[in-house]
Design a protein around this ligand. Structure first.
Ligand code: 13P
Length: 250
């Protein structure tokens, strides 16, 4: 049985005050989450705040991005070692917003996966098709290509050191969720794709769903055989909604 993981991607939201209130709320309710792992991914500047507030709780945390460089003259970038320094377990790589707004391609995302893994962080590799790609019926090709970039660089075993998040771009922040059947179909395909290289890795790897997952639709999505949790945007900014999703994960 794969453990479920619910991770909140706060994106570029929050303030010291709002984050304190959000974490207080999550901490208060976390006792009702039975078996799922719960993570939050704040903006970089709040990692210290999050670390001090979550230390000693069952909640873990991660960053939303990282540099491929180790250190040096890279103004505005954040290194894997710095993310480690703040006690992060996870780091998101290749989120569709990084891909579409900041030009990150499969090769760069694979490199980020490598750097995160080398630093002992667990990368959450985001993949998913745009609306145009879904309409052209090339969803499987797109996600296969995005995963292959990591397998080609690092080998299939590397996938066991991270998590995959299937996030159809058309479902992100739109309120338009993939139906449980639509999501399950792609998750199953992703697992089969990995199984073609290594059945054991495919059996173990957690595949999260992301894209307008909320307190109302989480139960049905999380009931699907190949959905091992969620990467939550908007609904992770409200403690009660986020906790409802965490409880739905078990
Ligand atoms: P929403 O839950 O706001 O659609 O965002 C999903 C997402 O992009 C998580 O990484």
């Amino acid at each position: 049985m794969r453990q479920k993981l619910v991770a909140g991607n706060w994106k570029m939201n929050g303030s010291k005050a709002s984050i304190k209130a959000l974490l207080d709320g999550i901490k208060q309710g976390i006792g009702d989450v039975q078996s799922a792992e719960v993570a939050v991914c704040p903006p970089f500047v709040y990692l210290g705040e999050v670390e001090s507030q979550l230390q000693g709780t069952p909640i873990v945390w991660g960053a939303q991005n990282l540099s491929t460089e180790e250190k040096g003259a890279f103004t505005g970038e954040i290194a894997a070692s710095m993310i480690n320094d703040f006690g992060c377990k996870y780091v998101i790589v290749g989120h569709s917003e990084r891909r579409s707004l900041y030009g990150e391609d499969d090769a760069l995302v694979a490199k980020k996966y490598r750097v995160a893994r080398a630093a002992g962080l667990r990368p959450i590799l985001c993949i998913g098709e745009t609306l145009e790609e879904r309409e052209k019926e090339v969803t499987n090709e797109v996600v296969a290509r995005q995963i292959a970039a990591v397998i080609d660089l690092e080998g299939v075993a590397a996938l066991a050191d991270g998590v995959i998040a299937y996030e159809p771009v058309w479902a992100i922040g739109t309120g338009k969720t993939a139906s449980p059947e639509q999501a399950q179909e792609v998750h199953k395909f992703i697992r089969e794709q990995i199984a073609a290289s290594d059945a054991e890795v495919a059996r173990k790897v957690q595949i999260l769903y992301g894209g307008s997952m909320n307190a109302g639709n989480a139960v049905e999505l999380l009931a699907q055989e190949d959905i091992d949790g969620g990467l939550i945007g908007g609904a992770s900014l409200k403690a009660e909604d986020f906790l409802t999703i965490c409880r739905a994960a078990g």
